[in-house]
Every structure is written in structure tokens, then in C-alpha cells.
Ligand binder design. Sequence first.
Ligand code: ACM
Ligand code: ZN
Length: 625
Amino acid sequence: MKITGICCLIMIMVTGNISAGETNSKINIIPLPVSMQAGKGEFRVDVQTSFVCTSTDSSAINVVHVLSECFASVCEHKPAICAQAKGKSNIIFISDSSLYQELGKEGYFLQVNTKGIEVKAASPAGWFYAGQTLLQLLRKDEFGNTNRWIIPSVTIKDYPRFAWRGLMLDVSRHFFSKEVILSYIDQMSKYKLNTFHFHLTDNQGWRIEIKSLPELTKVGAWRVSRTGYWKGFSAPGPGEPATSGGYYTQEDIREIVRFAQERNVTIVPEIDVPGHSLALIASYPNLSCTQTPQQVLAGDPWNVSRTNVLCVGNDSVYQALNLVFTELAALFPGEYIHIGGDEVRRNYWDECSKCRQIIKEQHLKNSEELQTWFIEKVARIVKSKGKKVMGWYENLEGGLVPDMAYMSWKDYKGGIRAAAEGHKVVMTPAFFTYLDFYQGDPAMENGPFTVCRLSSCYAFEPEQEGAKMENILGGQGSVFTEQIPNERKLQYMTWPRSMALAEVLWSPKENRNWQSFVNRMEAQFPRFDQAQVKYAEAFYEPVIDAVKDSSGIRIQMKTEVDNLKIYYSFDDCSPDPFYPEYKGEPVSIPKGAHHIRAVSYRNGKQMGRELNIPLEGLIKKFSSK
Ligand code: ACM
Ligand code: ZN
């Protein structure tokens, strides 16, 4: 390929090793690869650029087809796929099983230079991830010429730190269509996340067709329609139709599974029992202790009065679950099925003669031990279908169920204990990984529960002191959707925080670097814009708090990321660079002020939203009770 004088200049600028702390304005990969060396010049994509697929394995060929579509969606050139190199401009995919030792199933070598691109991996998963790295490297040439796409020369060796790099999506609280799920899986795979935990059932809806239990989708998939803040949702009126919801047919599920497989994503379906089961009970009321008719839940306050727990002493429960898990196991090829097990309201069992009878017969101490007994019985059903069993970690007197894997959600402690006792563990501690938590100031976010900022996600660390690491499979972000009614909000809650989680779970721990991550993350945003995927910019916004010292109550501000200026006002007007700049020292509240407004700027440009926060809320923590 002919190299122009300008090209030579660019080559000199980009040559050399790239370490974690540095950023190279042309190479901004998330998650950060294990090792990377920038080369000279660049590969130019042209009309002849083809993918050479040297394997006849059908899953390898599928991966190359998917990557070709991905290229087309970015640069409007769809590489042809051929078995042998033709012409000059080739991206060659080589399969070499001897690389398994060094790279594992998902790792890859990538070599880009002016003459061509070579990908080597032990399996199609490695090809797929090399392809995702290439897509992140792909950009318009230096002059923004729309017809010229380039990939800077670079040599990369890459493989993941953890095998389980997940996202959980709750499709019960709000239903998301098959198309949304496909797009969600596609997006997560771009950042090398490989496990989609599908929370298919809860009090607010049953979302999967089970042919042997048709009421689940006739009744359980539908609730009354409510709009707004879920905590305020009223109970269904008498005879009010249940029109809100939906479910995936088994054909939909097969399509989702196929689509995920082509992107190296394994789906872990969850049926959450014995709590969180109101949709199941609304469909089959005989499965609860009270056996009274129930309706699928709409929102929160109404929850407390509903029977959402399965009766442990009723054989029909196990018969129904056997049918459910038989069909589920046939639909999902992954090794795990998740059976929930969290937040069980055991008071129903204490008041139920059938449940008390089991406690007596099995010589159990109490309903906590009964919960472990139930989980163990359901786990046996799942194992009989040839699957491994996973559940939420609950710190029960009855102990952990042998052979079961646990998902540690309240904190790290449960995961450390379960791993120490020999269980496989996935870490998803809420304060670091719950993406339903709001990510900016609550005044702006309308999210439930509490805060989990981008920087908290980046501080997530599955390797905890005392944890037996050979049992830690990895971690995941978890997206419960009580307050996520549509796809745009779902995207907003998922990104960019899932980029932080992806890097934690893939990249070497010693390479983690917040500022480098932020720079590389910002370089991803045009890709999100092009794909029309929404992302939050709350991380730019001021973090505002009240402090009390000898000068009284004052206001303190900071930002999560560097290189921002904060301008503020107390006079109920929108601040901009003509307003006072916050200089790091707390500021006094002028007499009469009732709100503070603050906004971040970088190089004269507003970053994120203007915050407008009532002072009363900020200072109430200092009011004497
Ligand atoms: C959970 O958040 N209840 C798993
Ligand atoms: Zn009972």
C-alpha cells in the first residue's frame, strides 16, 4: 500500500507500547486489552476489504458473518467472506487450537499493519472478540473523510480475567420486547460481556411461554396499566382489565438463544421461587399457602398485602416446577438455570399447616431451614434435567445447598462465605453493580433505592480478601426494572456503567486506571450515538453535599471525573461560566436561598445537565430531631 507523507507523520505519532495509564487518542479500547503495542501507519478499509475465514466450522463461519454485518453498520462497507485470501486488503481469521493454553477459549491475537490484518484464536469466541476490538479501532481517517475508514496499526494479545462477565435484566417488572432483548445482547457483546442473566419471572409478570402451564402467560404475563413512579402505583380497581405486559413465545426464546450464541453470549434463565412468585400464583392460586385468588402486582405499596410465596407443603408446587424446568432446560443450552431464592416472606409458612407439617416431618428448626430444604428440593428437580443450579445468596440458618452456585447480591460477604464452602460464586454486590440504582443526583434521576455511580462500578472487585478465587466465576451488573419502563431508560441505566463493569471483569486488575478508562469511555460515545443507544452523562455532573463546621452549614461540590469546572448559583437562575466557579472550598448559603443550581463545563462546553436541588433536602441531615 502506498504511504503518503502525511501518513508517515501519523505513523510516528502512534508508535510504541500503550500502558494502562496512558491513552493514545487513536486507540481507545474497552475493556482494556491485556497487552498492546501501537505500530506504524494504518490499515485502510477499501471496497476490496474482505474477511478470510480459514475454518469450516459452522460457528466460526457464523461469527465472521456477524462481524461482517457489524462492519457494514459502522462503515458502510460489508466485507465479503471468502475461504482464501484474494487481492491485498484482507482481514484473515486463523484458528489455532494450540493457542488455548495461552489465550483460553475467549482470547485472541490481533495484528494490524498497513498490509493487512491477522486474527488468531483457539476458538470462534476469540475471533468474535478480536472483531469487536477491530470495530472499536475502526474510525474515519484523520480528515474525517466519510469514505475513508482506517484501523491504526497495532499488535494486541488479549484474554479475559473472569469467565462470567454478565448483565442481568429483569423483564418482569417491565416487559421488553424480543427486539429490545436482541439489541441489548448485541450491545453487551460489543464490550465482551458474555452472560445474559434473564430474570424471567417475578411478582409483576411471568414472561416465558410454558406450553404445559398455559395460565402462566394467559394470566401471569399481564397486569393493570400504571404510569409514573412505581412506588405510588395503586392496586387494581374492581374488574379493571390487565392490559400491560407480554411474554416471549418459545419460538422467540429460540431466536434469542441463537442470536446470543452467535455473539458468544450464554443465557442463564431465572425462575425466581419460592418468593417473588405472585405472577405464578395469580395464574395458579392453589400454589400459595392461602390458596386465595391473586392479581399480578403493578407497583410497590400494594406488594405488602399480597401472597407472593409458594407453599412448601403442597405437592402441586413441585409438579408445576417440574413442568417449568423441563421446558426451560430444553430451550436454554447453557449449563446453568437460576432458581432465585431471595427475599422470601416466610410468615406465610409460619401460618400454614402444610408448611408446618414439613418442618415437623423433616425435623427442621424453623422456616429459615424450611427455605433451604425447599431450595434443595427444587435444585434436585433442575439437576434432573441435566443443568447446574444457581441461586441468590441468602444468609439462612439452614445453610447452603450442596452443589449449588450462588450469586452474592447484598455485599461481598455472602460470596466469600459460599466460595470458602466450595460453591461457585458470581459477585453482584448491590452498591457496586446494581444498575437500577440511580447514578447521579437523586433530584435528577427518579430512580429507586440508592446510588451507584459510574466510579462505584469501576471500583467493583470480585477478588476479595478471604475469597477462594478458584470458585469465583466472575461478576455481573444487575438491572431490576421497577422504575425502567422503556428501552431508552434501560439503555440509560445500563450505559456507560456496564463499560466500567466490563473492564473490571475482563482486564488485568493491575492495569485498572480510572482516568484512562474515562478517556477511553468518552471515545466510545460516538459509537453509541451512531447505534442510537442512549447513555447517561450523569458522571459529568456536580456531586453536591452539605457539610457542617464552625462556619455553619455550607455546600460542598466535586465531580467524579477530572478536568471539569463547576459553576453555581443560589439565585434560582441557570449558572454558566459567567457565574461563580466552585473552587474546592465549601460555600456559604446566602440568606433566603432555597435551591442550589450547579453545572459542569469543560473547555467552555456544558457537560451533563444543570442540577437544581432544594437546599432543604441537603441540610436536613443536620436538623435536630
Ligand atoms: C435481589 O436483589 N433481591 C436479588
Ligand atoms: Zn404452605
